[in-house]
Design a protein around this ligand. Structure first.
Ligand code: NZQ
Ligand code: ZN
Length: 387
């Protein structure tokens, strides 16, 4: 078991109607609020109006229109400008992971005199950030319970992850009823994203029995509840369990004491959504099984056997490679049961830029140090197999 430090200072407030306590929570951080949101889903579900009513005694500055795969320009830059101009005390992020990731970048940039992009790329260190409170409306990324964010820069096809101890949300409100309106596409993508977050912690060289058990249980529950939420969007139990499962999946608690896997599927997917602006969870669902097949060998076999037997209930007396192969097929079958397209061509990605993306991943993601090391040729083969 490896040494580790673990600290998640975010307070989670979970359940029906919990946002009633929003004013009391925000007040602790100040009266001038930057209210960030996306393209309008919160207006359709009445959450925008509700927040405005709850914040009637606050000075509210709005930053609307934050897009999926949030963009440095205009959203991050506009938010930083607004925070500085209005001397904002606290950011209230209402929406999915993209709005929250963008808010984390804004919170950091607002306390920095240089280029915010330098904080995102790690060229400069984040040493301060404005406090962030969020109402998460989509179960997927776990951004509500971690300190990470991912920001895209269209002109260079960069999609860069960043994080610091200062970018944990102070408080995250999770009301599963606000996820009833999430489309089937996004419900499926969210399920695949969170499943992959767990797998990126499960498939590594050094694990513990405790972590393996938590990951296997979380994966099984996600598949049951993700499918239930997909079939019946207003199934409260399903939306609620899926929501908290996603919250835990990216926060590192499942890998305390594990060696790092290097998060290879995320490294590759960042190029897909950086170059083509596709839905993150869908990109992951397409890449994951191809990555699995690519890395299956004598060194990784036991992990796949454990995954197949404990997650999918495959007969442990079968040949080990047979178990592994069936486990990979079962992974694909599950994604297909959510109608996720399983080929890059179905999401508008052809062979023309695969080599360029493989090179971009090699240079930017450091996957030669992953659990199963990936060189540029490996990445290209995984991308090609995903076509
Ligand atoms: O923009 P609006 O109108 O709000 O619509 C959004 C958006 O179109 C919609 N939506 C959100 N809540 C809804 C809803 N529609 C109906 N009802 C609701 N209640 O869903 C669409 C997608 O939203 P987005 O926020 O982009 O999705 P998600 O939460 O999956 O976030 C994806 C982003 O997070 C990054 C991804 O790379 C991607 O950029 N990630 C962040 C991570 C983190 N912070 O830890 C980890 C992840 O691995 C991931 O990389
Ligand atoms: Zn993810």
């Amino acid at each position: 078991m490896q040494n580790f430090t673990y600290c998640t200072p975010t307070k989670i407030i979970f359940g029906k109607g919990v946002i009633e306590t929003l004013p009391a929570t925000l007040e602790k951080y100040g009266k001038r609020v930057l209210f960030t949101y996306g393209g309008g889903s919160i207006k359709k579900i009445g959450l925008y109006e509700k927040v405005k009513e709850l914040l009637k005694d606050f000075e509210v500055i709005e930053l609307p229109g934050i897009q999926p795969n949030p963009k440095y320009n205009p959203s991050v830059l506009a938010g930083v400008r607004l925070c500085k101009e209005h001397k904002v005390d606290v950011i209230l992020s209402v929406g999915g992971g993209s709005v929250l990731d963008c808010s984390k970048a804004i919170a950091s940039g607002a306390c920095y005199e240089g280029e915010t992009w330098d904080l995102i790329t790690g060229k400069a260190r984040i040493t301060r950030a404005l406090p962030i409170v969020d109402i998460i409306t989509l179960a997927a990324t776990g951004s509500e319970y971690d300190n990470g964010g991912v920001i895209s820069r269209t002109e260079t096809n960069d999609k860069v992850g960043f994080g610091s101890p200062y970018t944990f949300p102070k408080v995250s409100f999770l009301d599963p009823e606000y996820t009833y309106s999430v489309s089937k596409w996004q419900t499926a993508a969210g399920t695949a994203d969170a499943m992959n977050h767990i797998m990126e912690q499960y498939f590594c060289a050094d694990t513990t029995l405790l972590n393996d058990g938590m990951c296997e249980s979380a994966l099984k529950a996600l598949m049951v509840m993700g499918k239930r939420a997909y079939d019946n969007p207003e199934d409260y139990q399903a939306r609620a369990e899926m929501m908290f499962n996603c919250t835990l999946a990216c926060n590192g608690i499942y890998s305390c004491g594990n060696s790092s896997s290097g998060w290879p599927c995320h490294g590759i997917e960042h190029a897909l959504s950086g170059y083509y602006d596709i839905t993150h969870g869908v990109g992951l669902a397409i890449i994951t099984p191809r990555w699995m097949r690519h890395i299956l060998n004598e060194n990784t076999l036991e992990r796949f056997v454990k995954y197949g037997v404990n997650v999918f209930g495959i007969d442990p007396t079968l040949d080990k490679y047979e178990i592994a192969s069936r486990a990979i097929d079962a992974t694909i079958d599950f994604f297909r049961s959510l109608n996720i397209p399983m080929h890059l061509k179905e999401v508008g990605i052809d062979e023309s830029r695969l080599s360029e993306m493989a090179h971009h991943v090699t240079v930017n993601e450091g996957l030669e140090n992953a659990y199963a090391p990936l060189k540029e040729q490996d990445i290209l083969e995984i991308l090609t197999a995903s076509l």
